[in-house]
Design a protein around this ligand. Structure first.
Ligand SMILES: NC(=O)c1ccc[n+]([C@@H]2O[C@H](COP(=O)([O-])OP(=O)(O)OC[C@H]3O[C@@H](n4cnc5c(N)ncnc54)[C@H](O)[C@@H]3O)[C@@H](O)[C@H]2O)c1
Ligand SMILES: N[C@@H](CCO)C(=O)O
Ligand code: NA
Length: 815
């Protein structure tokens, strides 16, 4: 025989009750299950409000009417007209009783705990009355049972303690006397030895189900609710939370101890003692397996079972020499708190025994402070203890699972995930059972922390990178297209999702908490964008406080660079193809690297040099593995490379420059390429990465342009000057051709000095054979001495550059 308990949402509407009836239809009919019901959702709260209002002498007729209407509407919908009247009449009797009780409260302005319990009991009484009549249509054996007489308790109104032996006898007798009936029983309510109504406190209807299950030796207890069982985390906070097929009792207790709303742990104890499995099922998706909670769980490959959290706690800290080596000190503290009914959520003590930190409900914090100050008055006066401090605005996050005991590295993983995302951990506690590691953190970090930890432990599921992008030009657009095309494959092959949460260009910006659909980002931007405001963009990105967050700079502007430092300091990784940041003052370059290291995030700029070619990471690997760089020789301007590779035959110099620009090789301003500035930036960045603290002025640039071209005040003027100087360029070309050579603009780093200049090289030179926008770089090092390490390939263009940015994005968070 099974016990089926339906919660408030499952009986809260005609649709829910229809679902309930069809769930009953699927059950064994002999013996019938025992059905335990909560009040319709919202009704208990209404009753509570009415009690408070009556106590203040205020009007509560609106709430009364609402309760009546909620029930009447279901009756109208689910019962045929002929069957409606008797149920209305019975309900009306209950509601009149309720009104009388409230009237007395209002008259006396006195609301005792006993009266409150009586008032609250009408929620379950009404739902059972109504639903048992509806069930009768299909199950003529159905009877509504006011179960308060069968569960006997002490007189602790509000949270009564059950007399289990007596209760079990009463339930068994009742069940036997009603053999063959489908019992539909009130949850939550009980009675004391004098027969006064008591209630079972939080989670009371689950408790009723467990008590009935225990009394009747049920084969299982089904808890029907409105979610798919117990999840790995609160789904309102973690989109990727998933249902757990199975949990042990202990895991379920630990997981739900911290506010999991599905069941309330103490209610499971009667089932736990008799080893009755509990199944959490969804009334609105009955075919879903749900979660089994039982003794003999199969071994699971999940490292942890879930992450639970408490949104808001207060922390008290007690410290001082007075507690060192004092055997009874913590005993005195915690028995004091327990005597005053203050629930201690978590405790940590420093090993020096110098301080104890514990967490309580915010509502209890001031009371705890007051009673501690009183209890330890002497120690405080003698300065053996510091005055206790209360800290608010904190949350608890806990990872839970029996497997933790057997798997090393679990806490490392937890703290790594928190650290990487800039979450400051205020205190740590681990249950000695090793089923639970709890940390206290700032409430503002909770959602980010839970998501980051979820991603870290369930990485074989899907990890999401939250990306904020500046620049929708050549590179920005190409990146969005590549992300869109590659997205589904990343999800399938790499369990990775790159979600663009914000986009800005110099005119407008748009941030979306749901993420931006890359198939129609221009339309979304057009429709929802606001005027661009970089400061605001960065502030909102930070306020969203998302885990695995990446800021991407695809502009050629100096403005975004002003925000790099604070972005990295907010534990947000940064990817940039914009060279301005790394090629400004050395001090700033060093500060970015420092900030990234200190805050455990990545600062990636592979595309600063040679676009997508793996130059920066190669140099980094050489340096990290202890190689010595003797010299770096390179062609790093894709634009100039393209020009010399295509400046042939009849074509004019300025025409090739235009071609390079049209192909997307040049900087937004092509003068930056031809005057050597772009090349200078790249050499400077390489030199810095190779360990030389150089400034831009230290780079010696030999111009390849005549002075008039260098002086051009605008891009059109620049083209005009190039055209006017056609003869100069022709001369260069012919001189090279006459010597059997080609023109190459080459940079060299040697002995900490950087020189960039125009050279003519013959076919014996390794840089002779190039085509398109090829870059080439050769590293001569201790280990690559006789034959240098050479990287060559297209070093400019939207596709290869965006691809390099893409790779940097997905490589963030890898270490
Ligand atoms: N083209 C290449 O092959 C290549 C290779 C490597 C690196 N890069 C770098 O890529 C970057 C972008 O080049 P592009 O060709 O896409 O430029 P682009 O001119 O096509 O686009 C630049 C974008 O940045 C936006 N922008 C400018 N200032 C802004 C601000 N303050 N806030 C927000 N957005 C702003 C503009 O509105 C525009 O959308 C440059 O830094 C360039 O050096 C380019
Ligand atoms: N404008 C740059 C793009 C690559 O950084 C070039 O021509 O090399
Ligand atoms: Na590169």
């Amino acid at each position: 025989m099974n016990i089926l308990k339906f919660g408030g949402t499952s009986v809260g509407s005609a649709a829910g009750i229809r679902a309930l009836i069809s769930i009953l239809r699927e059950q064994d009919q002999q013996p019938y299950p025992v059905v335990v019901l909560s009040a319709m959702s919202g009704v208990t709260n209404l009753l509570q409000t009415m009690a408070e209002k009556a106590n203040l002498g205020e009007d509560y007729s609106v709430e009364l009417k609402t309760i009546e209407e909620k029930h009447f509407e279901v009756i109208r919908t689910l019962l045929p007209a002929a069957a409606q009247n008797p149920v209305y009449t019975r309900l009306k009797i209950y509601l009149n009783e309720l009104e009388d009780i409230l009237g007395s409260v209002s008259l006396l302005k006195e609301l005792s705990a006993q009266t409150r319990d009586l008032i609250l009991s009408y929620g379950e009484r009404c739902s059972v009355l109504m639903i048992s009549h509806i069930a009768k249509l299909e199950f003529p054996d159905a009877i509504g049972v006011d179960g308060s007489d069968l569960i006997k308790t002490d007189s602790h109104f509000g949270q009564a303690k059950v007399d289990m032996p007596l209760t079990e006898i009463l339930i068994r007798d009742y069940y036997q006397a009603n053999e063959g009936k489908l019992l539909i029983v009130t949850g939550f309510i009980s009675s004391n030895p004098e027969g006064r109504t008591t209630t079972l406190g939080r989670g009371g209807s689950d408790y009723t189900a467990a008590i009935w299950g225990s009394a009747l030796g049920a084969s299982r207890i089904e808890i029907w609710t409105d979610v798919n069982g117990m999840l790995t985390a609160d789904p309102r906070m973690v989109e990727k939370a998933f249902s757990l097929p199975e949990l042990s009792y202990t895991e379920a207790m630990e997981l739900s101890y911290f506010g999991a709303k599905v069941i309330y742990p103490p209610t499971m104890i009667p089932a736990f003692l008799k080893r009755i499995p509990i199944v959490i099922k969804n009334s609105f998706e009955p075919s879903f397996e749900g979660t089994y909670i039982r003794h003999d769980v199969q071994s699971s490959n999940l490292p942890i079972k879930g992450i639970s959290s408490i949104d808001e706690i207060s922390v008290l800290n007690l410290s001082g020499s007075g507690m060192v080596g004092k055997a009874g000190f913590s005993g005195r503290l915690f028995s004091l708190l327990s005597r005053e009914q203050i629930n201690v959520i978590l405790i940590t003590q420093s090993s020096s025994e110098h301080s104890i930190t514990f967490a309580v409900n915010p509502a209890d914090a001031l009371k705890a402070l007051a009673i501690i100050s009183k209890e330890f008055e002497l120690e405080l006066q003698a300065k053996k203890l510091e005055y206790p401090q209360v800290e608010n605005g904190l949350s608890v996050l806990a990872i839970v699972g029996e497997n933790m005991k057997r798997t090393p590295g679990m806490s490392g993983k937890l703290f790594h995930a928190l650290g990487r995302n800039g979450v400051n951990v205020r205190a740590i506690a681990q249950g000695s059972s090793e089923y639970n590691i709890s940390v206290i953190l700032s409430k503002t970090d909770l959602s980010k922390a839970v998501n980051a930890v979820h991603d870290a432990f369930f990485a074989d599921r899907k990890k999401t990178l939250h990306v904020f992008c500046l620049g929708t030009g050549n590179i920005g657009q190409t990146l969005f297209r590549q992300l869109l095309v590659q997205g589904p494959l990343l999800a399938v092959n790499n369990d990775l999702e790159v979600k663009v949460m914000g986009i800005s260009n110099s005119r407008m910006m748009y941030l979306s908490p749901q993420g931006i659909d890359l198939a129609q980002w221009p339309q979304e931007l057009e429709q929802f964008a606001e005027p661009a405001d970089l400061k605001e963009f960065v502030a909102r990105m930070k306020a969203m406080n998302l885990p695995n967050c990446v800021f991407v700079d695809n502009t050629a502007s100096a403005n975004p660079v002003n925000y790099y430092q604070q972005i990295l300091e907010s534990s947000i990784s940064l990817v940039t193809c914009n060279k301005i940041g790394n090629s400004a003052e050395y001090e700033q370059y060093a500060a970015f690297k420092d900030a990234a290291r200190k805050h455990g995030v990545d600062f990636m700029y592979e595309t600063n040099v040679g676009a997508g070619l793996p130059i920066i990471r190669t140099l980094k690997d050489l340096m990290m593995s202890g190689d010595n760089i003797f010299s770096i020789e390179a062609i790093l301007s894709g634009t100039i490379s393209y020009i010399f590779n295509n400046y042939k035959d009849q074509v004019l110099f300025h025409e090739v420059v235009k071609e390079a620009q049209d192909k997307g090789y040049t900087e937004p301003d092509p003068r930056d390429d031809l005057n050597g500035k772009d090349f200078m930036r790249k050499m400077l960045i390489l030199a810095r990465d190779a360990g030389y603290p150089l400034e831009a002025d230290d780079v010696q640039i030999e111009s390849m342009l005549p002075p008039a071209c260098l002086a051009a005040a605008s891009v059109p003027e620049f083209y005009e000057e190039l055209e006017k100087n056609a003869a100069y360029f022709e001369g260069l070309k012919e001189e090279a051709a006459a010597a059997g050579k080609v023109l190459r603009y080459i940079g060299k780093l040697e002995n900490g000095k950087v020189v960039i200049g125009l050279q003519m090289v013959d076919d014996s030179h390794p840089f002779y054979m190039l085509s398109g926008s090829d870059n080439i770089i050769s590293f001569t090092t201790d280990r690559y001495k006789d034959r240098p390490l050479v990287i060559k390939g297209p070093g400019a263009g939207a596709e290869v550059t965006a691809a390099g940015v893409f790779a940097d994005i997905i490589n963030t968070g890898k270490q």
